[in-house]
Ligand binder design. Structure first.
Ligand SMILES: [Zn+2]
Length: 540
């Protein structure tokens, strides 16, 4: 007895280290995840639409949780970074666009949006078909080769050629408007491929298209447009697409059939009909906050580097057109991700071993409107320092005890090794993207930080075991529908497990001697951060 006390006293450093090391593995509570989800996805929050009361109540809830954890407000002493938005929608008639003299109705034959910059627009232009509309010669995509699209509208297929690595394809797909602008085009219309039409039939596309669109407004008052010279955009249903290909060098059916084959890249050519658009747009200003908190890093040498743990707080609100339940509660999308973020924040804030780097916790707005809150945060930093890595949480499907995850982004940077260790330590396997056609890599908030050069990772619960059935059923039956609500058969233990996994990842990023680096051979590293220091893939 005496000896052991003496030994403990002598080995003081080791002794104080041991309980701390044990405490570094906090417990993650299914009940806390459940409590957050049941509040945030309650009918009282009215679907948390950005700019509306329900979202503001959700924001207040998150800010209160941050405060209770002893975190610091991150936006100049406030929990809120107010994001100014411009909402634009189509005015009353005419809501039609003409192709070769035939008129096509909006929300029936075509999907058009309002314009943030031209309240009254009357435009007629020649149209050029440009394959998938991809212009990245180094990666083997040359859809504009030999085409003159200056002053014209380009018509392109949705998505990217079958067999393209999914994250690269998703990125290139998201760049199409900028690629068209670079070639001098003034408009971009898309034609769904056979695969896309199967995945998201036209009727569902129309149903999911909102009545209005949002963009954020820069401090100089200008609404942000990623490709401001692209004055018109839209999606064509089958009849409109057929009309556009009237008298074409190659029939639309042949083009679509080629695109449906592995590696198929239909070549472009000029089309005969011109496109005429007459539209009025109605604009409205509104604001909605990102909710931001900081846990200061414990290592003075690294505390000005930040790991961003992010989840979108908004969902799509109430749809008055529906009969019965009109409230899109967004329990999985994304009360579940926000709950995960709050549980990781609690674990980190209460741990005696504070992370070495600072952590920025962000519940961001207007994800559903195009990743806008995250984009605003990426372009208008609030912290005095640098975000060096992002862990994003969006719609974990917490209906089953997942045994694998898909780690989007992890193949491109040293985050991959961190994710691998964290997952292995929990006996969770890493799987390849089972839904490459969904382009998920660019469809959540981390992508806006990737575009600014920051390595990021985004975990999706995997397809092993019952995962595939549960995930696909969720997408088909509940995704962006009022039935995505707390009454679904949640597996709250899976929520706690998902929180632990993301905690381990964020914590290791925050504690590593070296901030995350893109791999030298990564398409993303080369594209979004050409000048940044790189790591060799073999250097693990
Ligand atoms: Zn969503």
């Amino acid at each position: 007895m005496r000896f052991r006390i003496l030994a403990a006293a002598l080995a003081g450093i080791a002794f104080t280290g041991a309980p701390a090391a044990a405490a570094a593995e906090p417990d993650f509570s299914p009940d806390r995840i459940r409590a957050h989800v049941e509040f945030l996805a309650d009918d009282a929050l009215e679907g948390r639409n950005a700019g509306e009361r329900g979202y503001d109540i959700a924001a207040k809830y998150v800010a209160s949780r941050f405060q209770a954890l002893g975190l610091k407000p991150a936006a100049a002493g406030s929990w809120y970074q107010q994001v100014p938005f411009l909402e634009y929608s189509l005015g009353e008639a005419p809501r039609a666009s003409a192709l070769g003299g035939r008129a096509f109705a909006n929300r029936k034959d075509v999907l058009l949006t309002g314009s943030p910059s031209e309240p009254q627009q009357s435009l007629e232009a020649a149209v050029v078909f440009a394959g998938y509309g991809l212009d990245a010669p180094a990666a083997g995509f040359n859809d504009y080769r030999g085409l003159d699209v200056r002053g014209k509208v380009v018509a392109v297929l949705t998505g990217f050629p079958k067999g393209t690595p999914s994250e690269m394809g998703a990125h290139l797909n998201a760049e199409k408007a900028r690629m068209a602008q670079k070639r001098g085009a003034i408009g971009l219309v898309t034609i769904p491929t056979v695969a896309d039409e199967k995945r998201r039939p036209w009727a569902r596309r129309v149903e999911m298209a909102g009545q209005s669109n949002l963009t954020w407004v820069a401090p100089d008052g200008q609404p942000f447009m990623s490709a401001p010279d692209i004055r018109v955009g839209g999606t064509l249903g089958q009849a409109a697409a057929e009309a556009l290909f009237a008298g074409a060098r190659r029939p639309l059916s042949a083009v679509l059939a080629e695109a449906d084959r592995e590696g198929g890249k239909p070549k472009g050519f000029a089309l005969k009909p011109s496109l005429k658009v007459e539209r009025q747009s109605v604009n409205r200003r509104l604001t909605s906050p990102n909710v931001l908190a900081v846990l200061p890093g414990s290592d003075p040498a690294l505390a000005n580097e930040y790991v961003l743990l992010m989840a979108h707080l908004d969902h799509v609100g109430v749809d008055p057109k529906l009969s019965g339940d009109k409230i899109h509660n967004g329990a999985m999308d994304n009360a579940a991700g926000t709950a995960t973020m709050l549980e990781v924040a609690r674990a980190m804030a209460e741990s005696p071993n504070r992370p070495r780097r600072s952590i920025l916790f962000a519940a961001v707005t207007a994800e559903e409107d195009g990743l806008l809150g995250a984009e605003y945060l990426a372009k208008h930093p609030v912290v005095d320092g640098k975000v060096v890595g992002v862990v994003n949480l969006d719609m974990p499907v917490l209906l089953y005890d997942f045994s694998d995850v898909i780690a989007f982004g992890s193949n491109h940077s040293t985050l991959g090794a961190i994710v691998g260790r964290a997952a292995a330590g929990m006996n969770v396997k890493l799987s390849a993207d089972p839904l490459p056609e969904e382009g998920l890599f660019t469809r959540s908030d981390h992508y806006k930080f990737v575009r600014e050069g920051v390595p990021a990772v985004f975990l999706m619960t995997g397809f092993a075991g019952e995962g595939e059935k549960q995930f696909r059923d969720f997408l088909a039956t509940h995704y962006h529908k009022p039935s995505d609500e707390p009454g679904l058969p949640f597996n709250w233990n899976a929520g706690a497990k998902f929180a632990r996994l993301n905690y381990l990842i964020a914590n290791e990023i925050a504690n590593g001697d070296q901030a995350p680096l893109w791999y030298r051979d990564s398409f993303f590293g080369q594209t979004v951060a050409p000048a940044a220091a790189k790591a060799e893939r073999s250097a693990r």
